[in-house]
Design a protein around this ligand. Structure first.
Ligand SMILES: Cc1ncc(COP(=O)(O)O)c(C=O)c1O
Length: 281
């Protein structure tokens, strides 16, 4: 809160908070942040891309979900990804505004074009209607019952995984997450653990600053025995990583290098060159 407050200048138009953030699955203190925005007369955006279709259901199921949405008077806009836990295809994610006046700022319109009057509600302009229809169908087909059932299973699997990590020495869960669970280690190279999990068939996300790994629990992980297998495999991977040098392995050196490079500009240039390669014909 103090850092956010200190970062506000006369040019600040909005504060952004996560519900939750991607790396650690933690929800920012949206109530305090949005009050701060309100007191400064600026906007507040809740990034609920990851949590927009989980947190409301989790709250209904009795989970401890802090307030993050338009019920807080300072929240002026929100985003939610329909293609994540909304179970629709990519391309229909939504931005929501508290009122029409604010929404108007995203429109493009001109009355002076030789092609006639032109208006477009979105920056992208042309959009595929089929995707919107598919998204609507996915939501109607899933329904509130479907979302509640999916969320119940995800929270159950995540609790098993989280409790399991808590029991393994040398690794610790970061914060108090619901279903995106990040863990780190003070005593061993966590990227080595990630490599050993990859060898066991787990595709986990490596995090940095600080070094950590996360699992985002989805419906796929709710199948019988999967959360328990994750815990067993993690226990075995941690045991393997104990005492190993931190310079070998598949991804460990890559993450280790990115973590240690003191010139982050170099890393960003590498990412730029890599993106160039993707466009190469
Ligand atoms: C917390 C969060 N915000 C936003 C996004 C959306 O990012 P993008 O618009 O680049 O797809 C994601 C996607 O994973 C996310 O997890």
């Amino acid at each position: 809160m103090a850092a956010t407050e200190a970062a506000i200048t006369d040019d600040t138009v909005a504060i952004v908070g996560s519900a939750p953030n991607f790396p650690h699955g933690l929800v920012d203190p949206i109530d305090e942040l949005s009050e701060l925005a309100l007191s400064r007369g600026i906007g507040f955006h809740t990034d609920a891309c990851l949590g927009g279709f989980v947190l409301p259901w989790a709250e209904k199921l009795g989970a401890d979900v802090p307030p993050f949405d338009f019920r807080l008077p300072g929240v002026t806009s929100m985003s939610a990804d329909t293609h994540k836990f909304g179970y629709a295809a990519k391309g229909t994610s939504v931005v929501l505004y508290r009122d029409r006046e604010l929404r108007r700022h995203q429109y493009f319109r001109t009355a002076e074009w030789s092609g006639g009057l032109y208006y477009s509600p979105t920056i992208a302009g042309s959009r595929p209607g089929a995707l919107s229809a598919e998204c609507w169908a996915a939501m109607v087909a899933t329904g509130e019952d479907g979302y509640l059932a999916a969320t119940r299973e995800i929270l159950r699997a995540a609790a098993t995984i989280r409790d399991g990590i808590d029991r393994i020495p040398d690794v610790e869960v970061i914060g108090d997450p619901l279903w995106v669970i990040a863990f780190r280690s003070e005593s061993l190279d966590i990227y080595r653990v990630m490599d050993h999990m990859s060898e066991r068939g787990w595709n986990l996300n490596g995090l940095q600053l600080p070094p950590a790994v996360h699992i985002c629990v989805t419906l796929r992980h709710t199948q019988a025995g999967v959360p328990e297998r994750f815990v067993d495999d993690l226990e075995a991977s941690v045991a393997e990583a104990r005492g190993e040098p931190d310079t070998s392995g598949a991804m460990a050196p890559v993450y280790g290098m990115a973590e240690r490079l003191d010139t982050r500009g170099t890393v960003e240039e590498l990412l730029e060159r890599y993106t160039d390669l993707l466009f190469k014909v």
